[in-house]
Design a protein around this ligand. Structure first.
Ligand code: DHB
Ligand code: FE
Length: 286
């Protein structure tokens, strides 16, 4: 039986990838962010999964904004790195796992999540920056195959936090029903608070972020009770990306162990964070 071994939440700010690609991680303004990743990276290097599911949003790079699926799943055997205007990042293309993708797709559709299927997809910073946060020096290949799970956080109406958490729970069941002994990791990406345009451009809300960072571990219901308007008001129009962390959390067990977390303001215009959870911990008796 397949098993989820860990969950990682991380911001996917493009400037984080650019700082790595251009050798700026030791610069004074970047150093604290990358130092904050250290303990998580060490633990992750000892816990390589067989496959990772990356919950992310495309930013009109891999898919046109005239087609905006609420939820989508990649089923390809390979995903190229998208050109976001400056040429593709010089990181490895992403190898897929079509067999697990098709199992997840069938299981999730049967549970009422009618996902859009991506048989072809170029992946943007939303997916590649989290892979770089996890594995700064991938060499020729990322540590394992990856399945992209896409969420619309760009255009109104975004899915609710509660729906995202329910999708995560269904994803957890789908993984558990996969007959192979596959170790799966789940990444939830985006956030934390940020707003890139409009009269509140540059808005961050550290108090809300800290509340979210705490509750994602032990009280996800507090976060699923918030409306999309609550997220946009409290975290900014792009801070609503945090609902994708709830898909990751929903796929984990009720009790998880926080391995490490870190928070940094501001990466680009954005409050950035990482939170890593070990899913293989004893559960409370029922
Ligand atoms: C920024 C943050 C994002 O999450 C994103 O997708 C694009 C830009 C930023 O802070 O610049
Ligand atoms: Fe984003």
């Amino acid at each position: 039986m397949a098993e989820v071994i860990w969950g990682l939440a991380t911001s996917h700010v493009p400037a984080i990838g650019a700082a790595m690609d251009r050798g700026k991680t030791e610069d004074a303004n970047w150093k604290p962010l990358f130092e904050g990743y250290g303990p998580a990276r060490e633990w992750l290097a000892e816990h390589t999964p067989d496959v990772a599911i990356v919950v992310y949003n495309d930013h009109a790079n891999g898919i046109d904004v005239d087609i905006v699926p609420t939820f989508g799943l990649g089923t390809a055997d390979r995903y190229e790195v998208a050109d976001e205007g400056f040429g593709p990042r010089k990181v490895p293309d992403v190898v897929g796992d079509p067999e697990l993708s098709l199992h997840l797709l069938e299981s999730l559709v049967d549970e009422g999540f009618d996902l859009t299927v991506f048989q072809e997809l170029d992946v943007d910073h939303g997916l590649t920056v989290p892979l770089s946060v996890w594995t700064p020096d991938p060499g020729e290949a990322w540590p394992c195959p990856v399945i992209p799970l896409l969420v619309n956080v760009l255009l109104y109406p975004q899915p609710t936090a509660a729906r995202c958490y329910a999708l995560g729970q269904a994803l957890g069941r789908a993984i558990a029903s996969y007959p192979k002994d596959t170790k799966v990791a789940i990444l939830g990406t985006g956030g934390m608070s940020h707003q890139l345009a409009g009269s509140r451009a540059g808005f961050v809300n550290p108090e809300f972020d800290q509340m979210f960072l705490e509750a994602i571990e032990s009280d996800p219901a507090k976060l699923t009770s918030l409306s999309r308007e609550d997220y946009i008001r409290e975290a900014g129009s792009e801070g609503i990306e945090m609902i994708m962390w709830l898909i990751m959390r929903g796929a984990l067990r009720e009790q998880v162990r926080r391995v490490h977390s870190t928070y940094y303001v501001a990466a680009s215009n954005t409050a950035a964070a990482l939170a890593l959870f070990d899913n293989r911990v004893p559960q409370p008796a029922v």
